[in-house]
Write a protein that binds this ligand. Structure first.
Ligand SMILES: *[C@@H]1O[C@H](CO)[C@@H](O)[C@H](O)[C@H]1NC(C)=O
Ligand SMILES: *[C@@H]1O[C@H](CO)[C@@H](O)[C@H](O)[C@H]1NC(C)=O
Ligand SMILES: *[C@@H]1O[C@H](CO)[C@@H](O)[C@H](O)[C@H]1NC(C)=O
Ligand SMILES: *[C@@H]1O[C@H](CO)[C@@H](O)[C@H](O)[C@H]1NC(C)=O
Ligand SMILES: *[C@@H]1O[C@H](CO)[C@@H](O)[C@H](O)[C@H]1NC(C)=O
Length: 397
């Protein structure tokens, strides 16, 4: 009798272990502003006496700086990209090196700052650790330089590294196909990888499924705020206008502008006393905000995924709804003041519903399943922490 109990215990244990071993390894591609960035300075000049010109590596993002006006200019000057008209390439600012720490692990996407205040994938990682996942083994992060649109990451070697990470994770975990999870901008970035850097055979053997969480496949009206009036999250001084001189140098921002395929020509996205701007007026808008480079940048990235090409893998498209989301931005004074009013529509608080649902366009374009699921009252950020979302992901592994 005793023997029997013991052997059935070991039988159950081995079933348990083999089930564990079969769980699909996870590779996470985070979103806009969702990877830590480190910088090292050796600059000739700085915009403000408060800014260092020389430094060893330090956390550039997220650095929750002091609220002294002027300190925000240091961040802007260090994080902005420089475009070279001759090579037609983007570079770090002069005298600034920028790197993305922690590739392969999850530490630098769990928290983005060193005092553990800016949490991101921490709840997610804890949840899957409780299920038996282990960081670095079958739970991997693929942080990247989110200043770039998906095409710009090629030059930085990101897709080769991501390909290798998936390959290693597959090998490390008993040749178990991987679950690729992309949040926000990580959705289109993962899509770009699956389309351009993954062969059909490789996808069939290495990728179990692609899960997008609040994937911004068709852009978002809110991105205009960052380009016209600056990014609130880039400063603790409240002087968000200062930060537009950084956002306007990032190709990721124009890439995330509302898709001309999803917004109609009579829908006003931005309005100011002199005129209205629709999805067909981006060039005029860039001219009017005195950012003519924006038109070139937008033209470089507008068609990267505009035809809604399918990933050609099994896809789960999870997104939040019923949260007030920027639909139209109204300026009484333009372009050097903050907006006077915002009109809202449906979305997840950051991305508009039509963009979140554009993954549905893949249903007729690929033989692999496309399964959409919306989560009411779950915001863009909460999609990576919400218990119901995590439980749905757990079921798929
Ligand atoms: C436009 O880009 C060029 C580099 O290509 C830069 O020198 C110039 O300052 C930019 N103009 C504005 C208004 O940002
Ligand atoms: C920024 O600096 C890092 C570190 O020196 C370098 O690896 C990277 O290629 C640079 N990025 C660009 C876009 O120049
Ligand atoms: C997806 O599969 C279709 C055929 O079903 C093919 O025409 C298309 O090129 C494939 N796209 C990618 C990115 O593999
Ligand atoms: C902007 O569009 C609204 C309708 O959405 C219209 O009432 C208004 O006159 C337009 N403003 C200008 C300056 O064209
Ligand atoms: C939505 O969620 C918030 C908390 O995030 C909660 O306070 C609110 O009651 C919820 N609203 C609905 C309609 O469920």
């Amino acid at each position: 009798m005793k023997m029997k109990v013991k052997s059935s215990f070991f039988f159950l244990l081995s079933v348990f272990l083999s089930v564990q071993a079969l769980k699909s390894p996870i590779v996470i591609v985070p979103g806009l502003l969702g990877s830590q960035l480190e910088a090292k300075l050796d600059k000739d000049s700085s915009p403000n006496f408060l800014c260092s010109k020389k430094s060893d590596w330090f956390i550039l993002w997220v650095e929750l700086e002091s609220a002294i006006p002027g300190v925000d200019e240091c961040f802007v000057d260090n994080v902005k990209l420089r475009y070279d008209e001759n090579t037609k390439e983007y570079y770090n600012a002069s005298g600034v090196e920028v790197r993305v720490p922690g590739f392969g692990g999850t530490d630098t996407i769990e928290y983005l700052d060193k005092s553990y205040a800016a949490s991101y994938f921490n709840t997610f990682v804890k949840y899957f650790e409780r299920m038996g996942y282990k960081k670095g083994r079958d739970l991997n992060g693929a942080p990247y330089d989110w200043r770039f649109a998906p095409d710009g990451l090629s030059k930085l070697g990101y897709y080769d590294a991501l390909h290798q990470l998936i390959e290693d994770s597959y090998n490390r975990n008993g040749h178990t196909p991987v679950t690729l999870i992309g949040h926000s901008l990580g959705g289109p970035t993962s899509l770009y990888f699956l389309i351009n850097y993954a062969s059909p055979d490789w996808k069939a053997s290495r990728i179990k499924q692609f899960i997008s969480l609040s994937g911004a496949f068709g852009g978002s009206v809110k991105i205009f705020l960052g380009l016209i009036s600056g990014e609130k999250r880039f400063t603790s001084t409240g002087r968000s206008l200062v930060t537009r001189y950084a956002t306007r140098t990032f190709p990721s921002y124009p890439f995330l502008l509302p898709s001309y395929q999803l917004w109609k020509s009579d829908e006003v996205l931005v309005t100011q006393p002199k005129r209205n701007y629709t999805v067909h007026d981006y060039e005029d808008l860039f001219t009017d905000i005195k950012d003519p480079n924006g038109t070139r940048m937008y033209n470089e990235v507008r068609n990267l995924v505009s035809s809604f090409p399918p990933p050609n893998v099994t896809h789960y498209c999870f997104y939040g709804t019923d949260v007030q989301t920027v639909a139209q931005i109204i300026y009484d004074s333009f372009p050097d003041q903050l907006p006077s009013k915002i009109s809202h529509g449906n979305g997840d608080g950051t991305v508009n519903t039509r963009s979140l649902e554009s993954c549905g366009l893949w249903k007729d374009k690929q033989v692999f399943p496309v399964v959409m699921k919306s989560f009411s009252n779950v915001t863009h950020g909460e999609m990576v922490t919400d218990k119901n979302v995590l439980a749905e992901i757990e079921k798929l592994l």
